[in-house]
Ligand binder design. Sequence first.
Ligand SMILES: *Cc1c(COP(=O)(O)O)cnc(C)c1O
Length: 365
Amino acid sequence: MARIYNFSAGPSMLPEEVLRQAADEMLDYNGSGMSVMEMSHRSKVYDEIIRNTEAMFRSVMAIPDNYKVLFLQGGASMQFAMVPMNLLAKNGVADYVLSGNFSQKAWEQADALAKAFGKTVNIAASTKEEKYCRIPTQKELKLAPNADYVHICSNNTIYGSAWQYIPDTGDVPLVSDMSSYILSRPVDVSRFGLIYAGAQKNIAPAGLTLVIIREDLLGEPLPGTPIMLNYATMAKNDSMYNTPPCWPIYISLLVLQWIERTGGLAAMQQRNEEKAALLYNYLDSTTFYQTGIAPEDRSIMNVTFTTGNEELDAKFAKESAAAGMSNLKGHRAVGGMRASIYNAMPRQGVEALLAFMKNFEKANG
Ligand SMILES: *Cc1c(COP(=O)(O)O)cnc(C)c1O
């Protein structure tokens, strides 16, 4: 059975080496006589796994000591609620920048909670009127000086745009949804108060949500915040207040080891930029396909494009699938095509897509 190139936006490809190692260990992890899936999370063997995983996140991402690394569940979408529940109690004001679907969802959830608790959630900037074709500039951000935090989404998975700068928010903590951005390049964690990410794009299988939070932001949630949704509970208990997502945590360890073996995040960034450039250079050289994102704000993880003709786009999706490339149909909110080329997508996969795109243009242009 041959593997195909899976361009899914998430869950998405995992490195083949990781899958092979996991398969080899499926019946007996390291002489324990059982799979990591079957282990008590309180066992000595598993304790070592989760500690190693945290240590690897800290070393690969260069996370400063005054940050907690939390392994949670509920997806990035749960963070849309947990962030305001935990951070909005102090001054009762937060700023949200809308740059795509997920940042809009995050704002909707924060706004609903703010209304229930008599707090204020502002839209500091939005490019919605421009169909989210670009990222707001620093100058456009209307930031409240007394905000408890500013929320952004670093990479807009659906539209295919990404922040190319870290906004300056002064002393106000910056919070970012990095679900489709994390581990794609080095990030200066110290510029953020909180980073969160669903695992299923660049970290591990679905089921794990990573939260990196500066310690001084713990411990002042909205009244009535459930114990399970309080970051302080999870920080105090080393993510073991209840059963953590044991298996995805373990796979994230293997993924981090793979990143380290292949040169770390700087090398990862270089490979990712080269892969994305293969597609963007071609897209810029032809009028057959169009990409709606401002060139300076393009994502290197999610490349969106269209022929401008719905029937041709549907044909593209169908024929590319038949050629061994899956999930190239764009998100229903945007249409067209989307190639998600996360860390685990090999360069050969992008080259195969490029060749297919050229042939498709020849046959239909
Ligand atoms: C995939 C994604 C989400 C949703 O993640 P879930 O884990 O399904 O809740 C949120 N934000 C971004 C940027 C994403 O890419």
